[in-house]
Design a protein around this ligand. Structure first.
Ligand code: ADP
Ligand code: MG
Length: 487
């Protein structure tokens, strides 16, 4: 296979699909059917740009897992079969309904009418051409992200913890272009509390009202931008972005890479300066988005900042009931009594995502057993969801494996007596993480690291603590490892 950098190849390309099939066959042969079907079955190729193969998976967890455990194998096999000498980049694709990523050219910029699948012609790459005067409401969807119709304002259940964010979202969606009451809007909250739901609702409602909307997840933004850069349509991409009324960016904490961050910053600045509406969501306060430029952080933090709070029990019950109703419209025989709803809402106390999970479990249980859902069957069906409510137990072995993969050493190296710098640093990080993330004592950790003394562990913990406080990139690195382990 040619290893030259060539023009971008989209997922629809038949020879790419053949080559991808060969990659899959290799992986299956090397790893065995079990491993393959657990981790690789849902891996898809979105295209190749600039010698990098863009692969996608449906969940963040899968992405972290593949990166932690199979990065090298994936890279080697992709390089062997694909015109991707620079390796692979994994990202999380949009939720289940969007299983086939849009072809590359379209992913970069898709314009209405939605039925037209013709990529934007090269002409449009000229600055200015993006605002073509076709009379059509162009640019409905800059990045080709498909929005989930269920994530609407109508389906959003309002309670104490989210009423402020809901009200702000509704007003922004309804305000005439250029006359937004709050700009930018920055929403922040932990996982599963409704950020994405609100963002998608804003985007859909604004679009319904005829506004030009671009909706990105951080992954999509990076992907769209990189693709545009490589196919030399970056200028057009930026022009397109500047032609919109509303930019929505979800999970902004995942924007990474220096040039992308800069571009993201320019884009936000340019749009805000032009009076365009920006809505951004993240998992932390704007000021804590370490990856972003100080100016952007303060611009995001300087608009309306709303935290979406934890869901209380009443709110959980309502959300669950709404969910179950939706499932019932497709499965008329599926009945759940109010007792069961109340019970599940009480014990699944985490977030909306787990409530979705619980609703699906109940349905699966009812369908498989052919019986009504009783309190008892409900308890059995959601037992493991309730268990995951406790903070995830991290195992020392997992820490060692993950850290080893991250630093390109083997787990045996970490446990060994070797004292070369290449091994010492990951070993100390792994010890530090073991202390930070597990309830194990220092002597126990020492034993699990090849029978070391507890003072060695203590030394490692102190050393890494100090290094982290002095070195920001190490801090981020360790933080990422922590998050991956706890996810
Ligand atoms: P986040 O983006 O904050 O992680 P999501 O918006 O993806 O969370 O929410 C997770 C799930 O919970 C989604 O299915 C969403 O529709 C649902 N959900 C969260 N909050 C609400 C709410 N207030 N009303 C209805 N559904 C909700
Ligand atoms: Mg989200």
């Amino acid at each position: 296979m040619a290893v030259e950098e060539t023009a971008p190849v989209g997922a629809e390309d038949a020879s790419l699909q053949d080559a991808w099939e060969r990659v899959r066959r290799r992986l299956r042969a090397e790893l065995g059917e079990d491993v393959f079907s657990s981790w690789f079955a849902r891996l898809e190729i979105a295209g190749i740009v600039g010698g990098i193969a863009y692969l996608t998976v449906p969940t963040r967890f899968l992405k972290s897992w593949l990166e932690a455990h199979y990065a090298e194998r994936l890279r080697v096999n992709c390089i062997a079969e694909l015109p991707a000498p620079k390796g692979v980049l994994l990202s999380v694709r949009q939720a289940s309904r969007d299983t086939t990523p849009a072809p590359l050219a379209e992913a970069v910029m898709r314009s209405r009418p939605a039925s037209s699948t013709t990529p934007v012609p090269a002409e449009a790459a000229k600055p200015g051409a993006a605002t073509a005067q076709s009379g059509e409401p162009e640019l409905v969807d800059v990045c080709g992200t498909t929005l989930d119709r269920r994530m609407s304002f109508q389906n959003f259940v309002v309670g104490k913890s989210n009423q402020l964010s809901f009200a702000a979202a509704e007003r922004i969606a309804a305000a005439p272009a250029g006359q937004s009451p709050y700009n930018p809007l920055y929403l922040h909250a932990g996982v599963g509390l409704g950020k994405t739901h609100l963002l998608q609702a804003i985007a859909q409602e604004a679009r319904r009202l005829g506004k030009r909307v671009a909706y990105f997840t951080a992954d999509r933004f990076m992907y769209g931008f990189v693709a545009a850069l490589k196919s030399q349509t970056a200028l057009a991409f930026k022009e397109k972005l500047r032609g919109i009324d509303l930019l929505v960016v979800d999970d902004v904490q995942f924007i990474q890479g220096k040039s992308i961050q800069q571009e993201f910053g320019h884009t936000i600045n340019a749009l805000l300066d032009a009076g365009k509406q920006i809505v951004v969501a993240g998992d932390r306060l704007a000021g804590e988005l370490e990856a972003l430029d100080e100016r952007i952080r303060s611009r995001l933090g300087g608009g309306l900042v709303v935290e979406v709070g934890e869901l209380d029990e009443a709110l959980r019950a309502k959300i669950l009931a709404t969910r179950l109703e939706a499932l019932q419209s497709a499965h008329p025989n599926f009945q759940v009594s109010p007792d069961v709803v109340a019970y599940v809402a009480r014990v699944v106390a985490t977030n909306g995502r787990d409530l979705d999970g619980a609703a699906n479990r109940l349905l699966a249980h009812a369908t498989l057993s052919g019986q009504f859902v009783t309190l008892e069957t409900a308890e059995a069906a959601i037992r493991d969801l309730v268990r995951t409510r406790e903070p995830r137990r991290v195992k020392i072995e997992d820490i060692q494996k993950l850290v080893a993969t991250r630093y390109n050493v083997s787990r045996a190296d970490i446990l060994s007596e070797r004292r070369t710098a290449a091994v010492v640093k990951p070993r100390q990080i792994a010890m530090y993480l073991s202390k930070a993330l597990t309830p194990r004592s220092l002597p126990e950790i020492g034993r699990r690291f090849g029978g070391r003394d507890h003072t060695t562990v203590l030394h490692a913990v102190r050393k890494i603590e100090k290094a982290i406080s002095e070195d920001r990139s190490l801090h981020e690195e360790v933080d990422l490892l922590k998050r991956m382990l706890q996810e």
